[in-house]
Design a protein around this ligand. Structure first.
Ligand code: R5P
Length: 292
């Protein structure tokens, strides 16, 4: 039993101040429950509304990708500069210290390797195990127009149902296979389908007229980096995406395959969180690279 409240200070109920209901900062996310919003606030910075996710899940279908041969050597030094780590549960448990302050977006689909038909994926992580690893979101690849379209849509909706039971957001990832076009029409179709089916946020590729993709998608959109580009071009892509309304990047190869990955991720952060121009961010990249 606590002691009785015998304070002599007069109670103040601030009767002239109505309690406010603050809107949640992320697009389309106002009506989620507390746990879902709290997890999204770990992925997206509530001040900028943006995120820099460091993607290093490539090994789940292509093995030791260039730059990811040793995750302990190449990825760990980058993690302090990322808002979220996007990885597999194998990489998380074997490499990432549980003391990390990064949020985790866990790759939760898989199956075929690069040697097979990639769209033939299934859900690869149980919600119980995702909760055990305290993830902030789960990610699933969606092959709109792919050979196994219905199956991959079913993976998405099953994962969303599981996530909704426990307040874990799902990131739907548009897959671009050999046969699928990379333009605003296709990307707009795929992102909208993924959002309509309940994903909390969507990852896709930057294309011309990206603002139409973002406008038609009712939840936040982040861009993947794609194949390695020259650093200035990668920064221009990130800047173009942010200007078009993207909520951040989920970037892998353009960071970890850079000649100076730590400098590059810091430059990307400036573009994403502060809206720095690509040219200024490239100057910063060069300065930081020299100091190394
Ligand atoms: C690849 O399959 C993964 O989903 C990556 O997380 C994604 O493509 C982002 O990495 P990158 O920037 O290298 O394209």
């Amino acid at each position: 039993m606590p002691e009785a409240d015998e304070s002599v200070k007069k109670k103040d109920y601030f009767l002239d101040i109505p309690q406010k209901n603050d809107p949640f900062f992320l697009k389309g996310s106002n009506n989620y429950d507390w746990g879902m919003k709290n997890r999204l606030s770990r992925v997206f910075n509530p001040k900028s509304g943006k995120t820099v996710m460091l993607a290093f899940d490539h090994g789940y279908f292509q093995g030791p990708t260039t730059g990811l041969e040793r995750l302990d050597v190449t990825i760990k030094p980058l993690s302090p500069f990322a808002d979220a780590l996007m990885c597999t549960r194998g990489a998380l448990r074997s490499i990432i210290n549980p003391e990390t302050q990064n949020s985790v977006v866990m790759r939760a689909s898989g199956g075929p390797s690069i040697l097979k038909e990639l769209s033939n994926e299934q859900i690869a992580v149980d919600i119980d195990d995702a909760l055990r690893m305290n993830v902030s979101a789960m990610a699933v690849q969606v092959f709109v127009g792919g050979a196994h379209e219905t199956q991959s849509i079913h993976n998405l909706t099953r994962l969303i149902d599981a996530g909704n039971r426990y307040g874990v957001p799902v990131l739907g990832v548009t897959a671009v296979g050999k046969e699928l076009t990379r333009d605003a029409r296709y990307i707009g179709l795929a992102t909208r389908i993924i959002a309509e089916l309940g994903a909390a946020f969507v990852k896709t590729y930057f294309v011309d007229d990206f603002e139409t993709v973002v406008a038609a998608c009712p939840v936040p959109v982040v861009i993947a980096g794609g194949k390695k580009l020259a650093e200035l071009d990668a920064l221009k892509m990130a800047h173009g995406a942010i200007q078009a309304g993207a909520a951040g990047v989920d970037m892998g190869r353009n960071i970890f395959q850079s000649d100076h990955p730590i400098a590059m991720i810091q430059a990307v952060r400036k573009v994403v969180h502060e809206g720095m121009s690509a040219e200024h961010a490239f100057e910063l990249y060069r300065d930081l690279a020299k100091k190394k």
